[in-house]
Design a protein around this ligand. Structure first.
Ligand SMILES: [Fe+2]
Length: 147
């Protein structure tokens, strides 16, 4: 799989987890905890992989700098929300609204990435690079999950 296919698959997985979380009732704290912890691990590994393997190759291009900086800021916002949610826990009254805020941020980020960033990246990157970055991304993700 090339980097674009891999990222899309990851994005879909996150969307599915949001859906599953939304399908749980407020009293299903154990299920919510489990699903949330999976979502948190996935998103953190995903962001790390992108920042290590995907974004650096794009940042070399002057046209991409602003987009990539913005995307990196969005990763930081998502990371903050994940920490806040973990601290709150699913029993908290604020949980639902915080979770929808996270979902909104993630969906916005995914839209930008699969839209403008992918479009420009496909113009910039060579075929070979697209494969190499895919491998490097998977590797970086594995390391993030292992640590
Ligand atoms: Fe991202």
């Amino acid at each position: 799989m090339d980097i674009f296919q891999i990222l899309k698959k990851d994005h879909q997985k996150a969307k599915d987890l949001f859906k599953k979380l939304e399908g749980t009732g407020p009293r299903a704290t154990k299920s919510r905890e489990k699903l949330f912890s999976q979502l948190k691990n996935d998103l953190e590994a995903h962001s790390h992989g992108e920042e290590v393997a995907f974004y650096p190759a794009l940042r070399e291009n002057a046209e991409m700098v602003d987009l990539i900086n913005e995307a990196t800021e969005e990763h930081a916002e998502v990371a903050n929300l994940l920490e806040e949610l973990e601290e709150l826990g699913p029993e908290s009254e604020e949980w639902d609204s915080k979770l929808s805020q996270l979902k909104k941020n993630v969906l916005h980020h995914v839209k930008e990435e699969e839209g403008e960033i992918f479009k420009k990246a496909k113009e910039i990157l060579e075929k070979e690079e697209i494969q190499t970055i895919g491998k490097e991304f998977q590797e970086a993700k594995k390391q993030a999950t292992a640590s």
